[in-house]
Design a binder for this molecule. Structure first.
Ligand SMILES: Cc1ncc(COP(=O)(O)O)c(C=O)c1O
Length: 324
């Protein structure tokens, strides 16, 4: 079969058992390896759906401009879909993201504005505010706003969830997922819980983010919020794409543990994955005492290691951060 354009290669990614990084975990653990998407991350799925929805709703017209605040992966997905469907892209991102991520977005034709990380979300310099302002200034543009656009979680309800259910032949017992916008965990969990309400859903958060505290107390804990290094997961806002009612519990992973586990996945499983994948593996390790031999844990690996060669995959960087 020959596909009509690159967007038709999105989804239907493989699942692979982890063999050498799951010592002491009684259950089988299988990874949904999302770097097989054409943009090398899971975010291709929601990028496509957000654009299709914006077209349907008349918000995106031929030749229009797509604006988004993105740490890179969503931008890549949007850029690929934009090329296939004839749109321009402007992305705002933070100065904490890998330089590689920004270079890659520029390579696929997007304009990228880098904004400071260490400002509050409502600050006019934040990457959220800049995206909003640009969308007001530029004619025939749409700000897709992945945090609050429910086409994000819907993409996972329509694709990621059904794929995992089918690939595991309905045997999945636990889903472990890093949470950023919440699209992946909420859409996938909704589908899986509809098939079997007993599937346990575990969100992986970082230290420096308030998602775990919010899940437990219903309040944003300002003292839990501080800058951290892990990319793609954790938030200082509460996105409407996170359906907290579907999540059984959150675990928190340190920047160091996530980074070292990422290296283990590359060295011991042959999976050259991104930083949040190491954090997700640590999430599985944290729940090991709750697991039985007959359980099947699915862990979602969001993206590819190529975007982190100057960071997690660089020993000097690990030393500089005191991680080794
Ligand atoms: C590398 C990485 N991991 C995890 C996530 C979290 O996924 P979601 O936004 O669907 O919660 C993202 C999202 O930006 C990501 O880029």
């Amino acid at each position: 079969m020959i596909l009509n354009n690159i967007t038709e290669a999105i989804g239907n990614t493989p699942m692979v058992y982890l063999n050498n990084t799951v010592d002491g975990i009684p259950a089988k653990v299988a990874a949904k390896v999302e770097y097989f998407n054409p943009g090398n991350s899971i975010k291709d799925r929601m990028a496509l759906n957000m654009i299709l929805k914006a077209e349907e709703e008349g918000k995106l017209k031929p030749g229009g401009t797509i604006i988004e605040g993105t740490s890179g992966n969503t931008g890549m997905g949007l850029a690929l879909v934009a090329i296939a469907r004839g749109y321009k892209c402007i992305f705002t991102t933070t100065d904490k993201q890998s330089k590689e991520k920004v270079d890659i977005l520029r390579a696929v034709g997007a304009k990228v504005e880098v904004c400071p990380t260490a400002v509050a979300p409502e600050d006019p310099r934040s990457y959220y505010s800049r995206a909003q302002t640009l969308s007001e200034e530029i004619e025939n543009s749409v700000y897709l706003n992945q945090y609050f656009n429910l086409a994000n979680q819907e993409a996972h309800y329509m694709t990621t969830g059904p794929e995992i259910w089918k690939q595991t032949e309905g045997k999945i017992t636990h889903l472990v997922v890093g949470v950023g916008t919440g699209g992946t965990i909420s859409g996938t969990a909704k589908y899986l819980k509809e098939q079997n309400p007993d599937v346990k859903i575990i969100g992986v958060d970082t230290y420096g983010s308030t998602l775990k505290e919010y899940h437990e107390t219903g309040k944003i804990d300002e003292s839990a919020i501080y800058p951290y290094i892990t990319e793609g997961i954790g938030e200082d806002i509460i996105p409407s794409n996170i359906d907290f009612s579907l999540i059984d519990k959150f675990v928190k992973v340190t920047d160091q543990d996530g980074a070292l586990a990422t290296r283990e996945l590359a060295e011991r499983e042959g999976m050259f994955v991104g930083y949040s994948c190491g954090s997700a593996l640590c999430g599985v390790r944290q729940i090991k005492d709750e697991l039985k031999e007959t359980d099947l844990v699915v862990v979602v690996f969001h993206d590819h290691g190529s975007r982190y060669v100057g960071k997690v995959y660089n020993d000097d960087w690990l030393k500089e951060k005191n991680f080794i």
